[in-house]
Design a protein. Structure first.
Length: 261
């Protein structure tokens, strides 16, 4: 039986509706099917908010078909057909909503989360206090949002130009919106999850997030698997070497988790 795909909308905080693309494996009737949530990064000038993460359902489908996982690709608020406007706490809330959706609707045996770019830091924050998450993978993730926090007005303007903030009245409280950028730290989240497996993937020539951030995340966790893709840039989603490392890690995690039950 081939894997099946469906597009759904789920609820998040602030009455936000999120687009989720769910891929079920052909063996989805088995009780030991693991689940994975894929979290995209921040829109770029080349790919605006509407198309951000548009290729992630394809990756989810591949993971479902080739590996037998239940895989979901979520569009965070302000992106795709998801409603709402960007805030870093809102994105963390959205990732948590995606995890909850997989837990109760997909009902996987075990649950993992993987985030790319900003989505990697968001994934870490979302999983930090979630005992149901078995492991986390980050790809090109920043260690913190301090650069954004130093220039919140510039970030707000940039987010509007990309379409991830659509409302002229947002945010209603700019000071609180800005403070979120310092209250959420990937390094702090990684440290708090030292008892869970963490994969840190990064390109040696990442032009957006310095390689130092990857090393800082791995060091903060203490036991993370750090893989540096030689010559790789920030868009490792399009690098087959990075995807091969990610899929291999997931396969090993599934085996190790099954043995521990």
């Amino acid at each position: 039986m081939e894997q099946t795909e469906q597009t759904l909308h789920i609820a998040s905080t602030d009455n936000v509706s999120l687009e989720v693309n769910l891929s079920r494996p052909g063996n989805s009737m088995r009780v030991d099917v693991p689940g994975l949530l894929l979290v995209h990064g921040f829109p770029s000038s080349l790919v605006g908010a509407e198309k951000t993460g548009s290729d992630f359902p394809q990756l989810a489908g591949r993971i479902a078909e080739e590996m037998g996982w239940l895989a979901a690709a979520i569009k965070l608020r302000g992106c795709g057909t998801s409603s709402g406007n960007f805030s870093i706490q809102g994105w963390v809330d959205d990732a948590r909503a995606g995890l909850e959706f997989l837990r109760y609707e997909g009902q996987p045996d075990r649950l993992w989360i993987c985030g790319f770019g900003t989505g990697g830091a968001v994934a870490l924050a979302a999983a930090a206090n979630d005992p149901t998450v078995a492991g986390i993978a980050t790809v090109g993730a920043p260690a913190d949002f301090n650069d954004w926090a130093r220039r919140p007005e510039q970030l707000s303007e940039h987010a509007r130009s990309l379409g991830v903030i659509k409302s002229a009245a947002f945010p209603p409280d700019f000071a609180s919106w800005s403070e979120e950028l310092t209250s959420i730290s990937a390094i702090g989240s990684a440290e708090s999850m030292a008892d869970k497996p963490l994969l840190v993937l990064h390109g040696s020539h990442d032009e957006v997030v310095p390689l130092f951030d990857a090393r800082a995340l791995a060091d903060s966790h203490g036991e993370a698997e750090l893989h540096i893709i030689s010559g790789g840039g920030h868009q490792l989603r399009n690098d087959p070497r990075a995807i091969a490392v990610l899929l291999g890690w997931l396969d090993r995690q599934r085996t190790a988790s099954a043995r521990s039950i």
